[in-house]
Design a protein around this ligand. Structure first.
Ligand code: R5P
Length: 425
C-alpha cells in the first residue's frame, strides 16, 4: 500500500501553453490529493490509527521530508507541492526569446507545455504582453526551453503540444521537405524523450524518429459525450459524413461507435492557389458519396484552419438535402477571420453546432451560441500521471471500449456483439 509521491514531477508552461497547463495541474493535484487521502484512510483502518498518524506513515514510507513551517498539517501537506516550475521567459526587441529556469530541476521528470497556435496575448518577463505570435515564435520558445531544461539536468523531457506543428506537411510532393518529421527530429536532437499530442494529422510523422516516443491522444470520447448530451440529436435519421478522404478513418470510427451509416465528401484542391479564408479557399471540386437527404449530419475533422473545408462541405450537404449539421473538431485553429465566416454560415442556417476542444486557446469563439467547448485537460492529466509513474497508457490511447460503454448506456444497440471499432489515425 505505497502512496506514489509525485515529488519528481515538474511542469513548465511556455507562454502560450499557460492556461492549458494550469488546468492540467489542477487535475493532477486533485488526483494525487485523492489518492493520498484514500491511502491514509486505508492505513488508518488497517492499523487502527488516526489519519494524522497514517499521513506520517506515508511520509516515512516515501521518505518525504516536510521542510519549513508548513501551516497545513495532515492530509493537505503534500498538496503544497505545486508541480509548476518558475521560468523567466524574456522576449528581446528583435524577437529572440530566452528561457531561464529559476529553480533546480536536476533529476526531474519534466513536462513542457506549449500551445503553438495561441494567437491571444501572452506574457513575458517584465510585464511584456504580446499578441498574435506566430506558430514559429511559439515553436522557437519550445526549443529554447527544452534546451534550457536539458542543460539544467532534467532526467526526462516530455513535450505536451496538443497541436503538433507542421503536421500537415507529413508527405513530400515534388521538391517539398518532410517538415513534420523534421520538426520531431529537431526535438529529438534537443533531448526530448516523449511528445504527447492530440489527434495528429498523420501517424506517418513518427516513422522518422529514432528514440522519441509519440503518444497520440484522441478527443473522441469527450466529443461523443457532448454529442449524446444534445437532446434528441441521435435519431434514426443520423449519418456520419467524412469531410474528405483523409478523414475517412476518423469518421468510420465515429460511425461504428454511434452505430450509424457513413457517407463521404470527396474534395479536390487547386494547389496553384492559396486558401486565404473560407470564402476564397482553394477547394476546386466537391462530391458526395452516400445520402444525407433529411438526415442529421455529423462530421469530424482533426483541424479547422480557415474553415474552407467545413463551410464548402456543409453547403454541399445542404444542397443535397441535409437536415441539422453538427461538426466536431479536435484542433480548432479558426485562422484569420474564420469565426466571422462561421457567424455568417450560422445565420444562413448552414449548421447547428460546432464542437471544438480546448486544445487550442480561444477567447472569442467560445462566446458563440453555435460553439460547444469540450474540455480535454483531464485526459492529458491522466496520461501525464501514468507516464510519470511508468505505467501503461494504452487504455487511455485506445478509448473504443469506454466509448462503447458510454454509447451502450445511451442507445440500445441492435446487436451488442457486433461492435467493431476500426483502426484510425
Ligand atoms: C486537411 O487534410 C485537414 O484534415 C483539414 O481538413 C484542413 O486542414 C482544414 O483546413 P481548412 O479549414 O483551412 O480548410
Amino acid at each position: 500500500m505505497k502512496y506514489f509521491n509525485p515529488a519528481n514531477l515538474a511542469i513548465i508552461a511556455c507562454p502560450g501553453g499557460d492556461v492549458f497547463a494550469d488546468e492540467v495541474i489542477g487535475h493532477l493535484r486533485n488526483k494525487y490529493r485523492h489518492s493520498r487521502s484514500k491511502t491514509e484512510e486505508e492505513i488508518s483502518k488497517r492499523y487502527n490509527i488516526t489519519q494524522e498518524q497514517a499521513a506520517l506513515h506515508i511520509d516515512l514510507m516515501n521518505r518525504i521530508v516536510i521542510r519549513g513551517t508548513d501551516s497545513h498539517s495532515g492530509t493537505d501537506r503534500h498538496i503544497q507541492r505545486p508541480f509548476k516550475v518558475n521560468v523567466k521567459f524574456t522576449r528581446f526587441p528583435n524577437g529572440e526569446i530566452k528561457s531561464e529556469i529559476e529553480e533546480s530541476i536536476r533529476g526531474k521528470d519534466v513536462f513542457i507545455f506549449q500551445d503553438v497556435e495561441n494567437r491571444y496575448a501572452v506574457k513575458f518577463h517584465g510585464g511584456q504582453t504580446v499578441s498574435n505570435l506566430s506558430i514559429n515564435d511559439h515553436l522557437m520558445t519550445v526549443m529554447v526551453t527544452v534546451d534550457a531544461a536539458r542543460q539544467a539536468g532534467a532526467e526526462r523531457i516530455t513535450l505536451v503540444i496538443p497541436l503538433y506543428p507542421y503536421s500537415r506537411q507529413h508527405k513530400a510532393k515534388g521538391r517539398e521537405g518532410l517538415t513534420a518529421s523534421r520538426i520531431g527530429k529537431i526535438f529529438e536532437n534537443l533531448g526530448v524523450d516523449h511528445i504527447i499530442t492530440l489527434d495528429i494529422h498523420s501517424r506517418d510523422i513518427m516513422n522518422a524518429f529514432d528514440k522519441l516516443r509519440l503518444e497520440n491522444l484522441h478527443a473522441s470520447y469527450q466529443i461523443i459525450q457532448t454529442l449524446l448530451n444534445m437532446d434528441g440529436i441521435l435519431s434514426d435519421d443520423f449519418v456520419v459524413v467524412s469531410p474528405d478522404t483523409g478523414a475517412v478513418d476518423r469518421n468510420k470510427f465515429y460511425a461504428s461507435a454511434l452505430k450509424k451509416p457513413l457517407a463521404l465528401l470527396y474534395k479536390e484542391r487547386d494547389y496553384s492557389k492559396l486558401s486565404k479564408d473560407a470564402s476564397q479557399s482553394n477547394i476546386s471540386q466537391i462530391r458526395l458519396l452516400g445520402s444525407v437527404k433529411d438526415k442529421t449530419v455529423f462530421m469530424a475533422d482533426d483541424i479547422l484552419g480557415t474553415g474552407g473545408t467545413l463551410i464548402k462541405g456543409m453547403k454541399h450537404l445542404k444542397e443535397n438535402g441535409a437536415g441539422k449539421i453538427i461538426c466536431a473538431i479536435s484542433l480548432p485553429l479558426f485562422s484569420g477571420d474564420a469565426i466571422s465566416h462561421f457567424d455568417e454560415a450560422y445565420k444562413e442556417g448552414l449548421f447547428y453546432r460546432i464542437i471544438g476542444t480546448n486544445a487550442i486557446y480561444q477567447e472569442e469563439v467560445v462566446k458563440r451560441e453555435w460553439y460547444v467547448n469540450v474540455n480535454i485537460t483531464r485526459l492529458f492529466a491522466h496520461v501525464i500521471s501514468r507516464l510519470h509513474q511508468n505505467q501503461s497508457v494504452s487504455s487511455l490511447l485506445d478509448n473504443a471500449a469506454i466509448i462503447n460503454r458510454l454509447v451502450s448506456k445511451t442507445i440500445i444497440p441492435e446487436n451488442q456483439n457486433e461492435l467493431l471499432f476500426p483502426e484510425r489515425n
